[in-house]
Design a protein around this ligand. Sequence first.
Ligand code: P6P
Length: 323
Amino acid sequence: MGNQQTLSHYLLKHLEDSEIQSELVSIITDIATAGKKISHEVQRSGLLDLHGAHGGQNVHDEEVQKLDDRSNEIVKSILSSNEHIIGLASEEESDIVDTSNGKLAGFIVAFDPLDGSSNIDINASVGSIFSVLPSWSDIRKDFLQPGRSQLASIYVLYGSSTVLVLTTGSGVHEFTLDPDNGEFILTMENIRIPESSKYVSYNEGNRSKFRGSEAQAIKKLVKDIGSARYMGALVADLHRTLIKGGIFLYPAVKKGDGYVGKLRMQYEVKPMAQIIVEAGGMALINNEDATSVAPDELHEKVPFVFGDSKTVKKYQSYRYDKK
Ligand code: P6P
């Protein structure tokens, strides 16, 4: 293998012209450390009695898995000791965690410590997602910035290997964890999502809960594309879409007399949309560019569609063009 560039070396060079180089390198290095520790636990979850439910419920009234809680503690302990970070928001925390110690300006990080954790017990892929934002004075308000304000968007995918994928606004790059030396090594630089329309990815079990026009559009897409993949973990479904192309959809589903989204703006949709757009793809919330939509509240959930531009435009024509 050619020059094995570590994440830290790559970041120092990649961010050499950034005036916040040292802060971003410090924060992303800590996020990578959290990813390594979580990867270590995920690989041993069955041995450490970390399968199954923890017994609590999160802010979305979802059953918290033991490893959700463990992963949340790992991320919180590492990031709260980073001098540049003044606030945290987590899927597993009902409210913001203030780590400012009175410091006014700095950086805030929103994260889903273990996304897709229901896959843990069946040994399928899970991931962690991180969103890094600037904060000047009001942490609560600053978490409500749109996706395009993010300084870094990162995910770690615990799959057949552990990979960290990031963007700091100039390209999308993948690093693979070398288990022999614990380093994240650059394995793909400037990833571009192929306009392949390879797969449609959505939960077929929800079809009856979609709006009619949505179900119709998806039916046409499936007919056009012909093959479907769905892994039930956003990080895994996004990584496949980033590498192979195609489209992922989590439409609003019927609840009572309205329709609601499932994916969380703060620590799923905002960072993942920025990565897809940086790789040349498209990401939508209710047919708007997902990177320009600002959340209304910390744990807001929204419908989310992303993929290669060709396939997303085809979806838009099926879903929204009045015939
Ligand atoms: P469903 C996992 O719980 C998650 O938040 C995402 O990782 C994933 O894309 C989605 O929910 C799966 O939801 O309803 O298909 O199980």
